[in-house]
Design a protein around this ligand. Structure first.
Ligand code: GDD
Ligand code: MN
Length: 372
């Protein structure tokens, strides 16, 4: 059975048409609709009417606020082995539910996500600023949380998930409102499938997610980053890298300012020195913080040498990307450098993780003990 959870906060004009469209779409399916309502208007009365007309409709009336907890509370009283969430304001076309269900049956995915950001999808319902925030938020999630990369729309408020995959978060009280991210990171998700859709303009009423929500989102990301040590490591690496950039720039400015006549041979040498000092700076912090659990004191020189090789490779990559993009005729001089830096950060992280600070294989130990 499919349990459709609909969180509602002041959606009285939308619940009935949502109900109608869901019933039309899921005709012939075994399903229930669980409204989880925190409204201060007469939305619950509208829902109660639906409950009286159709026994598949249920209402959980709460006395608190919170989109994420509303969804989890709904999951907890749901009876289905498949759980879905859809907004109560018709921004997610209910007709999509049939596609989600079909995709789940075809692919046996643990989670199916309707995506605005894939061929055939459309983020249309979002206004200019919201669209930018949505894109930025999505990029941030993809960079910081590797589990979120299984879907092209990890911020979607609508999705379908198996009860088994959602089980680990059913007793949680997440602070953030992106329940899908919570599921991807803390849930038991192996396989995900995306289905394209067009985000619609709101039916009636107002969005409840304002500026505070953006801050909450960042807090949620940081909270989720600490769940998986791999994600934490990458964030540390990126933050340390940022301090390295500052060190690099400050040193360079100091040496070329003219106040201190440190480097007579001009900018090229100054740039070279500043860069190498920054590499050393980064190495020290990454060794004592980011990969501290993998560092062996008797291998420090090996770590350092490999770190240096990787860092120089990263610098080379940044420059190469810059020249390739320029060669392609891209004229935004900051963007191409930025693209190069992002590529270098991602690649050098990987190389450091898999090579510079590679964990010593336990196989060596068995060998030694066998010899004895
Ligand atoms: N029960 C309950 N409690 N429901 C709530 C609450 C609450 O505190 N806050 C909001 N809702 C309900 C709304 O009534 C609506 O049905 C749904 O949750 C989404 O709220 P909106 O206010 O319409 O959010 P939005 O359109 O700005 O954002 C939606 O789309 C985003 C995609 O960009 C949400 O689904 C986001 O999660 C999603 O990321
Ligand atoms: Mn909405």
């Amino acid at each position: 059975m499919l349990s459709l959870v609909v969180p509602t906060y002041n959606e009285r004009e939308n619940v009935r048409s949502l109900y109608r469209r869901v019933v039309d779409t899921l005709d012939g399916e075994d399903f229930e609709i669980v409204f989880v309502d925190d409204s201060h208007d007469d939305t619950p009365d509208e829902i109660r009417k639906l409950c009286a007309e159709d026994s598949r409709v249920r209402l959980l009336r709460r006395m608190e606020r919170g989109l994420a907890t509303a969804v989890i509370d709904g999951f907890n009283i749901a009876r289905g082995d498949l759980l879905a969430v859809i907004d109560g304001d018709l921004q997610h076309p209910p007709e999509m539910l049939a596609h989600l269900l079909r995709a789940q049956r075809e692919t046996r995915a643990d989670i199916v996500v309707p995506s605005r950001y894939m061929p055939g999808g459309d983020p249309g319902g979002l206004s200019g600023v919201r669209r930018l925030l949505s894109l930025g938020g999505r990029a941030l999630a993809h960079i910081l949380l590797r589990e979120s990369r299984v879907t092209s729309d990890p911020m979607s408020g609508c999705f379908l998930v198996t009860r088994a995959a959602a089980a680990p978060i059913l007793s949680a009280r997440p602070k953030g409102f992106k329940i899908l991210l919570e599921l991807l990171v803390r849930g038991d998700v192996q396989r995900a499938t995306d289905v394209p859709y067009a985000f619609a303009p709101r039916g009636a009423g107002q969005s409840k997610l304002g500026w505070q929500t953006q801050l909450d989102y960042l807090r949620q990301l940081l909270d989720l980053v600490t769940v998986n040590p791999d994600n934490t490591r990458f964030l540390l690496f990126a933050l340390i890298g940022a301090t390295g950039v500052a060190v690099n720039a400050a040193l360079f400015a100091l040496m070329t300012s003219g106040y201190l006549d440190l480097v007579p041979n001009g900018t090229l040498l100054a740039s070279l020195i500043a860069t190498q000092v920054a590499v050393l700076w980064n190495f020290i912090w990454n060794t004592s913080i980011t990969w501290r659990d993998r560092v062996r004191s008797d291998q420090l020189w090996r770590h350092a040498l490999r770190y240096l090789v990787v860092a120089e490779f990263g610098a080379l990559l940044t420059t190469t990307v810059l020249f390739v993009l320029r060669g392609l005729g891209l004229e935004y001089s900051l963007v191409d450098q930025l693209v190069g830096i992002v590529a270098a950060v991602l690649l050098t992280y990987r190389l450091n993780d898999r090579w510079t600070y590679l964990e010593q294989k336990p196989a060596l130990q068995t060998e030694r003990s066998m010899r004895r």
